[in-house]
Design a protein around this ligand. Structure first.
Ligand SMILES: [Ca+2]
Ligand SMILES: [Ca+2]
Ligand SMILES: [Ca+2]
Length: 237
């Protein structure tokens, strides 16, 4: 459901709890924000995308038990906008719900803007990979660190906290005596104001540290073919 800033309910799909939800400009060709979610209730659609303002379901996949993992983000330039995939649904879907690639990424967990291009990378366990339709490419292996929460494999934090718009990952050392911050070694020609200036992203950095963690999404599209990113008119406190 969505709650207005005065505390009253705006809408609900009545699809109940799900372990993964993503809200962002997942379909840049369509005005406004979209929501992608997987459902735990085996009688509800397994996965779906909705208009984030109204809750209207844009597309969905048939009920198929407890769909425990799902991700949506632009991880592949071969199809416009976000790719969406989940544990119990075959294939990778475009923002209209059409299967555009048969091979799902090897992980269904976090995302990270890590290398120099605006297409997002996959973050899972203590590694970062780049999606490819035949195989993923490993870009980072964190050694001497660990993730938490079993198969959910959450880092201490993932998000843009230093430098430019690319995202850092924080993991605890294996002996739990220190936190390590990993930052991208890649240069980029893409200039975007630090993402913490975006209120949605800033809020997402806070809520991803509670309950079922998920990667933060900004309120605007970052990905292949993106338009010039918005610049904040005032500094966020
Ligand atoms: Ca949109
Ligand atoms: Ca894409
Ligand atoms: Ca990238």
């Amino acid at each position: 459901m969505a709650v207005d800033d005065n505390g009253s309910g705006l809408w609900t799909t009545r699809n109940g709890h799900g372990d993964a939800m993503h809200v962002g400009d997942l379909d840049p060709a369509r005005p406004g924000l979209e929501e992608f979610k997987v459902d735990e209730d085996g009688s509800k659609p397994s996965s779906w995308m909705a208009d984030a303002r109204t809750g209207r379901i844009i597309w969905s996949t048939p009920a198929n038990g407890d769909n425990g993992r799902g991700v949506s983000g632009d991880v592949w330039a071969g199809s416009p906008g976000a790719e969406s995939w989940s544990s119990r649904v075959d294939g990778v879907r475009d923002p209209k719900g059409t299967v555009v690639a048969s091979r799902k990424p090897s992980s269904i967990n976090f995302l990270s803007w890590w290398d120099g291009d605006p297409v997002r990378e996959l973050l899972d366990g203590t590694h970062i990979d780049k999606y490819g339709t035949s195989a993923d490419t490993r870009l980072l292996t964190g050694s001497g660190v660990h993730s938490d929460n079993g198969t959910k494999a959450t880092p201490s934090l993932s998000g843009d906290i230093l430098g430019d718009w690319r995202e850092e990952v924080v993991w605890p050392t294996t002996d739990n005596t220190a936190l390590r911050i990993y930052s991208t070694p890649y240069e980029t020609n893409t200039r975007i104001t630090t993402l913490l200036h975006d209120t949605q992203y800033r809020t997402a950095l806070a809520w991803q540290n509670t309950a079922c963690n998920q990667p933060p999404h900004p309120s605007f599209f970052i990905g292949d073919g993106m338009t010039t990113a918005p610049r904040p008119t005032v500094d966020t406190p």
